[in-house]
Design a protein around this ligand. Sequence first.
Ligand SMILES: [Zn+2]
Length: 333
Amino acid sequence: MVNYKDLGLVNTREMFKRAVAGGYAIPAFNFNTMEQMQAIVQAAVETKSPVIMQVSKGARNYANATILRYMAEGAVAYAKELGCEHPEIVLHLDHGDTFELCKDCIDMGFSSVMIDGSHLPYEENIALAKKVVDYAHQFDVTVEAELGVLAGVEDEVSAAESHYTKPEEVIDFSTRTGCDSLAISIGTSHGAHKFTPAQCTLVNGVLVPPPLAFDILHEIEKKLPGFPIVLHGSSSVPMDEVNTINQYGGHLEAAIGIPEEQLREASKSAVCKINIDSDSRLAMTAAIRKHLAEHPGDFDPRQYLKPARENMKKMYIHKIVNVLGSDGKLAQC
Ligand SMILES: [Zn+2]
């Protein structure tokens, strides 16, 4: 059993408090590979931003849970080596679906876990979240729970239809579970195909998805003043990356994300954690496809992973500075 504090990681409590008060959001980037981890740390250090590195069940299956935990420990050391004396890095489990999985992560050094019982009946969601909270809080690990269902597909999490969070349930849910933050459903969606073209309106040749339900967000904020709110499925699916992928042999049809202006707007509210996964996948794939198409003789992975890492880093910095506003927000530099 190892405690995250011994690894130099932090939980989300203090950073969320500052983010809610300061009107910005902390980036939560998913990672599976060394290049993603390096790009995330470089971006966070250069912008002096706190950062949440999150691991899904799929990432654990792909990369191995133990390796990912050592990578997070390495991320702290790497940030210091890059000149950041007091990095604020959270290692978070994304979409934990059982108590056992959450416990396993806490016991191996995660500083934050999500227990996603959103697909369960209300009372069962509460019971499961409370069980995780009771265990996690013994070790000062923070817990994110979810109310409402997001549509879309992300690793092993998928739902055909979304159900908006019911504002009338949030007080009861947060009080009885004791969770530290709440993921809500207000129209974001998992994956790179968040909406069908039929759900969108065509504006100047661009498909614009339906707006986020800011009225529901504001109602939730009124019920739980200052309580940290989390948005999942918040990639923007930039068209230039999709176009690059398609130009160099890919075939991504109708990839549509959440417009960045809406995320910027949400960041100013009690939304203090925004999850971005697909945009990193798109940035990586676009750079690799372009490089290999232009350099057909290359076969050393470093030749195409280097531009991939650069492209992801550029995207992470853009999100931090232009969308979430978490640059320069470390407690101590
Ligand atoms: Zn999610």
